[in-house]
Design a protein around this ligand. Structure first.
Ligand code: FES
Length: 104
């Protein structure tokens, strides 16, 4: 697999996230001051939609119960044993590409 278009970069305002589907997988895309990150959309706590969470810097706050995740690394700041998958992104022209096969 390789990078595929996930969204137009301009569709994600700075400091916000959106939810998209890439190759059958729900992915959250975040624009953190012009840097783009892709993570699993599903919160590992109880399945909250992380792409709908509040974004502060590179931290997203799950809208369900407030667990916080670093979208650049997948690390959970609330529960150190938890983490979410993160995926490489790149911008090509106006498109934001994600490689969901290279998640970690
Ligand atoms: S579902 Fe995300 S904090 Fe509970």
């Amino acid at each position: 697999m390789a990078f595929v278009k996930a969204a137009e970069a301009a569709a994600i305002p700075s400091g916000e996230g959106i939810v998209v589907e890439v190759e059958g997988k729900k992915i959250a895309l975040f624009n953190c001051d012009g840097n783009y990150f892709a993570t699993d959309n599903t919160c590992v706590h109880r399945g909250g939609p992380l792409g709908e969470g509040l974004v502060e810097g590179t931290t997203v706050i799950c809208p369900r119960h407030g667990w916080e995740f670093d979208v650049s690394s997948g690390a959970c700041l609330t529960n150190r044993k938890a983490r979410i998958g993160v995926y490489p992104t790149k911008v090509e022209g106006e498109d934001l590409l994600v490689d969901v096969s290279a998640g970690s």
